[in-house]
Structures are given as C-alpha cells and as structure tokens.
Design a protein around this ligand. Structure first.
Ligand code: GRF
Length: 177
C-alpha cells in the first residue's frame, strides 16, 4: 500500500490515483495543501508547529502511515526534508519526483534556476530518497524540451505532464517488487 506526501497542488497525487494505484493514505506538512482534498482516502496534515521537533513530527507521520498499512511512500510535491526517524521506518521504500534532470538543479527552485541558466533541455526524475536534497539513486528520467519563450509556469506545466506518466509507471514497478 502506498502513502503519498504532499505540500501543494497534488497533480502528481491525482495521476497516481487515476492510474489505479493502491493509495492508503495522504499526509502533508501543510494543513492548507490543496492536495489533501484530491482523493477520498484518510488524509491529514502534520504541521511542524504542533510538535517539539522535526524528528518528532516525522516519527508521528511515519507511525500514522504505518498504521494504515503503508509500505511504500511517494513524495509528490512534498517540500520538507525527511529526518532519520521517518527514513529509517521505510528503508529503500521512499521515492520522490523532481522537475529537472538530476543531479542537475536539485532543490525547491529547479524550474526557475534552469531557465536562468539558459538550458535547452529539462526533464523529470524519479529517485529513491535519502537524507540529502534530491540526492538518492535515480530510478527513471525523461527529457523535456525548453522553448525559447518559456516562463517558469509553461516549462513547469510541460515537465509535470511528463511526471504524471513517469511517476505512476515507476511506482507500479516498485509495487510489483
Ligand atoms: C512537481 O513538479 C514535482 O516534481 C515537484 O513539485 C511539483 C509538485 O506538483 N517536487 P503537484 O503538487 O504534484 O502538482
């Protein structure tokens, strides 16, 4: 069973649901994440302000997911680094989707940074998650062209369209392991 972590829109969560993947629960670090209302499975937020530390928040979130039968965690636009109490509960079973051809352009502003750097090619990456920023082993990548008149919005939309195919495909393969 899959647990999905979200912080924003949740279009990748929607793609996972539309692909018929077995989503058991959705968690967020933000109570106002639009993604929380996307699918009708148990969903809740774990705001840092409600816990003594990031580790305590992550441990509570991991426990909540485990209680719902989650064995594979998908970060679908989740914008916080995960700490060891979370990572250790799901060894080799956390994946992230990122809007660049990693290891180039990790971090929260990848799309803007690619445009500023003048790259002609971008892409989407799905990778295993470790304690670094977008740094775990790469599982799949797909290239996306950057057009001359692209804005951050138009480029990100083009990348997301690729993510919505690539992420469900990789997650399906991981579920079959
Ligand atoms: C995606 O571009 C993903 O690669 C990045 O955050 C964005 C999330 O979009 N990590 P959404 O919330 O799935 O619409």
């Amino acid at each position: 069973m899959i647990g999905v972590l979200v912080s924003g829109e949740g279009t990748n969560l929607q793609a996972l649901a539309d692909a018929g993947l077995p989503i058991a629960a959705v968690a967020s670090n933000r109570h106002d994440a639009r993604a929380l209302a996307r699918v009708s499975v148990p969903s809740r937020s774990f705001e840092l302000a409600d816990y003594d530390s990031r580790e305590a928040r992550d441990a509570a979130m991991a426990d909540w997911l485990r209680e719902r039968g989650v064995t594979l965690v998908v970060l679908a636009g989740y914008m916080h680094l995960l700490t060891p109490p979370f990572l250790e509960r799901f060894p080799d079973a956390i994946v992230n989707v990122h809007p660049s051809l990693l290891p180039s352009f990790p971090g929260a502003h990848a799309v803007e940074e690619q445009l500023a750097a003048g790259v002609t090619e971008s892409g989407a990456t799905v990778h295993l998650v470790d304690s670094g920023v977008d740094s775990g082993p790469i599982l799949a990548q797909e290239r996306v062209p950057v057009l001359e008149d692209d804005t951050a919005e138009t480029l990100h939309e083009r990348i997301k369209a690729v993510e919505h195919e690539l992420l469900p495909k990789v997650v399906r393969e991981l579920c079959a392991r």
